[in-house]
Structures are given as structure tokens and as C-alpha cells.
Design a protein around this ligand. Structure first.
Ligand SMILES: [Zn+2]
Length: 231
């Protein structure tokens, strides 16, 4: 087992609060230990400033609690479905960050209008399909995760989705990457909101520029930043 996963999950939960991506007790971060398949997540309803390492809850992918005495975040079944569907995801972040939640509430995908967006997301941020009444009435959180899995084609190219009427879920190969993606999602949601206020028919970013910016940072021949052996 990677002993630092719970510590990193705790730090990530504190970080989304510090970055103003979560208010009160909204939001939650989880991380998975790839060696054991054990997921650690924020306890339900606890203030971010009060969570200690021992308050985190560890679960297996079937939702069985294997460590901790707290009740896990109510969104835990959504997180578990994301881990089950997207092999290689190391962390999941759910927030009610303001501008991303606005887009989720009006149920519109966030268009890619600039290279800030393209640097992190290879296209528009999609809106998840809506749940049926049956799906809402029972196993709501699990069904939300299943709907997310069905609505995402490639979890690596656009690591975020807007759950209609609710808010965003983001993920990454690590817990830290998931927090970064949630941060960048809020930034691009903010930028797109105001860009469209200034010019309602602003065109999407030139696909060539989108690809250029995304690939130079994330593609097989990425050349943005310092190479791993020169950091
Ligand atoms: Zn929520």
C-alpha cells in the first residue's frame, strides 16, 4: 500500500477549500491506492478545517468500509463508479465552484474559446446525461457515477464533466492532478462566461490552435515545461 495516499487526500481536501473551490461542507476529494484498490475520501458533512487524517474513510470499490469510523461523503458511490469506469484515474474531485456550477445549472457545455482551456481540456466540457426518475429515487449517487461513465468518451482528454443542476466532477491520474483540473475548470468556466457576455457569438478556438496547445502539453511529443529529469 502507498502510505501517503491518505495524507495526499487530506491535503487535497484542504486545498480545494483554500482555493475557494468549495464552501462550507460542499465538495469532496478522494484518492485511490492503485496497489490495494482502496479509496480514501472525505468524511460526510465535516468542515474542511476540522478534518484530521483519522477522519478519512477508506473503502473498497464495492463501497465496503475498510478503515475509519466516520460516515463517508454522501457522494462516495459516484466516486467509486468513476474509479471503476476510468482505469488509471488516481483522484476524483467534486466541487460546487461558482462558475462551473453556473454552467452545470444552465446545463450548457463549456465551449473551448481559448488556449487556457485547450491547455487542460481537449474540447468542450460536456454536460452529463440527466437521470431518470427511477435513477434519482434509488441509488442516486451510484447512478450519477454510472451516468458520468456513460457520458465520457475519453477520460484523459477532457478530465471533467458538469452534472446537470448540480456541479462539476473532475479527475486526474493523481489526486493532485485532479485538484489542478478542478482549479482550471473553474478558471475556464469563469473566462467563457465573461467572454460570451462581451460577445455572444464569439467563435470556438481554432481547432488547430486547440490541438497545438493540448498536444504540446499532453501529447506523446509534449514539450511544455521541463523534462522529468530536469526539474
Ligand atoms: Zn455536490
Amino acid at each position: 500500500m502507498s502510505p501517503n495516499i491518505p495524507q495526499r487526500v487530506l491535503a487535497a481536501n484542504v486545498e480545494i477549500f483554500r482555493r475557494a473551490l468549495a464552501e462550507e461542507t460542499f465538495g469532496n476529494v478522494s484518492g485511490i491506492d492503485s496497489a490495494t484498490g482502496q479509496v480514501f475520501i472525505k468524511p460526510s458533512g465535516m468542515a474542511y478545517g476540522e478534518i484530521a487524517l483519522g477522519d478519512l474513510v477508506g473503502l473498497d470499490l464495492d463501497g465496503k468500509i475498510v478503515s475509519g469510523n466516520r460516515r463517508p461523503s454522501s457522494d462516495t458511490p459516484t466516486h467509486l463508479e468513476i474509479y471503476k469506469a476510468f482505469k488509471g484515474v488516481g483522484g476524483v474531485v467534486h466541487t460546487h465552484s461558482r462558475f462551473a456550477t453556473i454552467w452545470a445549472q444552465v446545463q450548457l457545455p463549456i465551449p473551448c474559446l481559448g488556449t487556457t482551456h485547450a491547455d487542460y481540456f481537449d474540447g468542450p466540457i460536456p454536460v452529463c446525461r440527466a437521470l431518470s426518475a427511477t435513477e434519482i429515487k434509488s441509488d442516486y449517487e451510484k447512478n450519477t457515477g454510472l451516468a458520468i461513465a456513460q457520458s465520457v468518451k475519453d477520460w484523459t482528454s477532457v478530465p471533467a464533466i458538469l452534472v446537470p443542476g448540480h456541479g462539476p466532477f473532475c479527475w486526474g491520474k493523481t489526486v493532485e492532478e485532479a485538484v489542478r483540473n478542478a482549479t482550471m475548470l473553474e478558471l475556464v468556466a469563469h473566462l467563457a462566461f465573461h467572454s460570451l457576455q462581451l460577445k455572444r457569438d464569439v467563435p470556438p478556438l481554432d481547432p488547430l490552435l486547440l490541438q497545438k496547445h493540448h498536444q504540446r502539453k499532453h501529447g506523446g511529443a509534449a514539450y511544455y515545461g521541463q523534462p522529468p529529469d530536469n526539474k
